[in-house]
Design a protein around this ligand. Structure first.
Ligand code: SAM
Length: 259
């Protein structure tokens, strides 16, 4: 499958990458992404419910079920933000298990900490970390997830390698991310929604239209299902399977580290 996303920036110049449809020096992308999430952190959860009509909860439920986390396991939630996945994993691993909530952004982690505490979850350690170079020993975790995070990472291949290394042999990585709608009709409606309504909602609720314009653009620039599957295999994962949700608007990729 080709990765023929709309918008400029696909023919990247050396030393440049895309930030939505904008081409920016590679060294600047992380800071631009940081500004987006620092700006939206306090309204992040409300916006998620609004923008997805609550469907993000079903997508996350699917990932949790597919992860098959068992009591006593060690789980890492990369780019975990406000902790939706961590909260449920914490319940599943039980008292002998461990769940670490990690993110590159302090504001998002702070929000996650408050939210978990509000729900009575106090035993989830937080780790301020870049997915591209995770600060964990090789072979630490049984399961790693990255939910709606990979799209924002500058060097996605480095992040996939770093997450794969942090898995124990036999461990699994699950990537939950926006993807490419399978049907042209759905893609058309979805484009109208993303480029017209999302920035408007962002402006009204989060007082930040630009961050939600970035959201729509970054989704279009993200590798499609087949490309991401190949990237995961290149990173050393095996038995990679793809699950399309809501007509491919979102996809879950699951792969295993075998050795
Ligand atoms: N996983 C949460 C969820 O599904 O609700 C939060 C997803 S939010 C859309 C994306 C998160 O990715 C933000 O919290 C952001 O700070 C984080 N992020 C962006 N770049 C990152 C990186 N290089 N390493 C780790 N986290 C990153």
């Amino acid at each position: 499958m080709s990765n023929d996303k709309p918008g400029p920036g696909n023919g990247k110049k050396a030393g440049y990458t895309h930030f939505g449809f904008e081409e920016v020096p590679t060294a600047q992308k992380q800071q631009r992404v940081r500004e987006v999430f620092s700006s939206v952190a306090s309204s992040y959860d409300v916006m998620n419910d609004l923008m997805s009509f609550g469907i993000h909860r079903i997508w996350k439920r699917f990932v949790i079920d597919l992860a098959g986390v068992r009591p006593g396991e060690k789980v890492l939630d990369v780019a975990g933000g406000t902790g939706d996945l961590s909260r449920e994993f914490r319940r599943l691993v039980g008292p002998q298990g461990l769940v670490v909530l990690s993110d590159i952004n302090e504001a998002m982690l702070r929000q996650g900490h408050i939210r978990l505490a509000d729900k009575g979850v106090v035993d989830v350690p937080l780790a301020l970390a870049n997915a591209e170079k995770l600060p964990f020993a090789e072979g630490t975790f049984d399961c790693i997830t990255i939910g709606f995070g990979l799209r924002n990472v500058t060097d996605k291949d480095a992040a996939l390698v770093s997450m794969t290394k942090a898995l124990k042999p036999g461990g699994r990585l699950l990537v939950l991310e926006f993807s490419k709608p399978l049907n042209a009709g759905l893609a058309k409606v979805y484009d109208q929604y993303s480029f017209r309504l999302l920035p408007l909602m962002g402006k009204l609720v989060a007082r930040d239209a630009d961050s939600y314009r970035y959201l729509a653009e970054s989704i279009r620039m993200h590798p499609d299902q087949a490309t991401l599957k190949g990237m995961m295999e290149n990173a050393g994962l095996s038995r990679v399977q793809v699950y399309n949700l809501t007509g491919g608007i979102v996809a879950v990729h699951r792969g295993y580290r075998l050795d």
